[in-house]
Structures are given as structure tokens and as C-alpha cells.
Design a protein around this ligand. Sequence first.
Ligand code: MG
Length: 189
Amino acid sequence: MIRVPGPRCQTPIHEGETATLPARVGMGEDRHRLTPGGPLRLGGIEIPHDQRLSGHSDADALLHAVTDALLGAAALGDIGELFPDTDAANRDRDSAEMLRVCRQRVVEGGFRIVNLDCTVLAERPRLSPYKEPMRQRIAEILAVAPSRVGLKAKTGEGTGCVGREEVIEARCVVLLARVGSGAGEPAGG
Ligand code: MG
């Protein structure tokens, strides 16, 4: 077999760094049940509401979707492997802290975040006033510019488990690129 080298496209990622394509894409999704009693913790912020999300950790479905997208892009497993719900240490655990740990692993693997795009689905409360604070918070946790974080909010249009206000769902797609030094690049990666 004859191997033909493809184009090695250099693109600026952060100040003083370039990354070599091909990049790595990852996706994550999550949902948690709503239960009476606020506030609602979502996207790393607290939102005034009469319901909150329930789960083993703090149940922040949006941060969990971002975490799984990062892990998926770097082929590092999933959030349940890193933070099993059978471990009492993860009870009520801060999802921002879990995301920081995953980001660190991704960075140590030689990757940098190019951008991410998130969608959160909630019938109530109306999330539009909170989109910008959530976007800023996610960027802060990931140590990237807010311009690299996209966030859309949708309702369930009264249908399905989102529309019945049983759950809030979140999805995220993330693009990673290797840093130019190739630090930590896995063989064959
Ligand atoms: Mg979750």
C-alpha cells in the first residue's frame, strides 16, 4: 500500500501555539430528571426555579454533556468511568470540578479545544436570560475564550419528556486539535 501524506494544515489555537489537523470531534449528551425544589443548577450556574435536577452528582446535565464530548473526542472514556455513581465521593459532586479534571486530561493528552457547540432542552424556565452567563461560565471552566463556546436553548414544544417537564436534556459537540509540539501524541493517533 502506498501512503500519500495529506495536507498538514497549521491553524492558530491559542497565543503562541498552533495545532495540526486532522482534528478530533466528540459528542456528548445527557438528561436528568426534574424534581420539586429549586434552584436549578445548569451550565455551572444557579437559576431561580421551582424545580431542580436530580442525580448522584449535582446533576448538571449541560456540564455532563460537555464533559462527555471532551472525553469522547480524546477517546478517554466517559464521565461514568471517571466518576462512577457507585463511589460515595461523587455524591453531590460539583460538575464544574469534574469538567475541569476532564479538561486537564485532554490537555495532558496533547489536545486543545478549538470550539464547542451545545444545545439545552428545557420547557421551563425560559433559559434565554441565562444563556450568556452559562456560556461565560463554561468558557471559564474550560479556560477558553467565550467566543469558542456556542450555546442554544430550546423547549420541547410541549411534547415528550422535555415538554412534560420531566427532564432537562443537553447535547454538545466539541472539536479538539493537537498542539504543534505533538506533546503527548499517542502512537498512530
Ligand atoms: Mg449526568
